[in-house]
Design a binder for this molecule. Structure first.
Ligand code: SAM
Length: 344
């Protein structure tokens, strides 16, 4: 028992080490370390970085040294002074200005997910999200909590946007969607996945339907020159769902309880053109729910912040069939999110 206990303890230590790495990266992102190093024409000393970012010299030096140890920042020592510079990986994924930047995702994790996970004990005890305890917001209004200010809405939309920079292409190519000429991405947020779809299927028209404030923010902050997609304000629970050949539900089902999802899928089935379909993008659990570990973690994450959870494929097949869809096909992409297609 002693040996087992020691092994467990050392594992906790290992996980804590990984958590420390994350905190170091999150803090460096929030402080703007990677943006500064990218913009700088030459390697910078800790004193220079501290002056530019308004931090303590000692604190930033310790942080930079950790970033060097995990190979996210390079260092060169000249006459006893350390000079720090960015690495390609930091420039690509951590600097704000890179098209592949994960900066928004990191900031959202740091400022929203971590505080919620601090109340995981209560979430497990109560079986409820922790929006009230963490942010003082009603637990049943999940999107009022997520969109509690304009700044928070932008952060959340940035987070949603960055996922599809990495996984979007795998979702839109999981099945051949060429025959679906009108596509509506319900709850499509910033439009990142819709743009991936429009890029892959240029002969289809792709519309994002989302809550009015989200659409306005998307148009103001995430629109692109010569945008390939349209936006429509709406409410998929309370309002009408416009007719289309294909509906996308990306990370929607995992937000809500079963009865709400069934109501939504039945509405979609009614609005859908004959021969049309619905494409669901979610992280799928194994059928026996014994993994993947990351998806089990996502499910705990849904517990702390929404009404929903992650599911195995059979749950989606059951919901879709119950709503009237047929020919349910599942594609595990090997990335964080998988795809399910069902036809009317
Ligand atoms: N589909 C996007 C993605 O995967 O990046 C966003 C997923 S996010 C978890 C849920 C989305 O549903 C948000 O954009 C939110 O604004 C939208 N949403 C929530 N309730 C809605 C409603 N009643 N009608 C329309 N959109 C809604």
């Amino acid at each position: 028992r002693c040996v087992e206990f020691a092994v467990e303890l050392s594992r906790t230590g290992l996980h804590l080490r990984q958590a420390f790495f994350c905190w170091a990266i999150f803090s460096a992102c929030e402080l703007g370390v990677f943006d500064l190093l990218l913009q700088s024409q030459k390697p910078m000393s800790a004193v220079e970085v501290a002056q530019k970012l308004g931090t303590s010299e000692d604190g930033i030096e310790r942080l930079l040294d950790v970033l060097v140890a995990i190979e996210i920042v390079d260092v060169e020592v000249v006459q006893g002074t350390a000079f720090y510079s960015s690495t390609d990986v930091a420039n690509l994924y951590l600097a704000k200005t890179s098209p592949k930047s994960l900066h928004d995702l990191i900031i959202y994790n740091s400022q929203t997910i971590y505080p919620l996970w601090n109340n995981l004990v209560d979430a497990v005890r109560e079986g409820k999200n922790q929006n009230e305890k963490t942010f003082g917001l009603p637990s049943e209004e999940i999107f009022s909590a997520i969109y509690r200010s304009e700044e928070e809405m932008l952060k959340f939309m940035g987070l949603m946007n960055s996922t599809w920079v990495i996984d979007g292409h795998d979702i839109v190519t999981a099945f051949d969607l060429t025959n679906f000429k009108t596509v509506i991405d319900l709850g499509g947020c910033s439009g990142a996945l819709a743009r991936e779809l429009a890029k892959e299927y240029p002969s289809s028209t792709v519309t994002v339907l989302d809550l009015p404030a989200v659409v306005q923010t998307a148009q103001q902050h995430f629109a692109q020159q010569d945008d390939t997609i349209c936006f429509q304000e709406g409410d998929f629970f309370e309002g009408e769902i416009p007719p289309a050949d294909l509906y996308i539900l990306a990370r929607i089902i995992h937000d809500w309880k079963e009865e709400k999802n069934l109501k939504l899928l039945k509405k979609i089935h009614t609005a859908c053109h004959p021969g049309g379909g619905v494409l669901i993008a979610e992280a799928l659990l194994f059928e026996n729910s014994r993994g993947p570990t990351m998806v089990q973690m996502f499910s705990l994450n849904m517990l702390v912040q929404t009404e929903g959870k992650e599911h195995p494929p059979s749950h989606y097949t059951h919901l879709l069939t119950e709503a009237g869809f047929r020919d349910v096909q599942v594609c595990r992409t090997g990335k964080s999110y998988d795809a399910i297609l069902a036809l009317k």
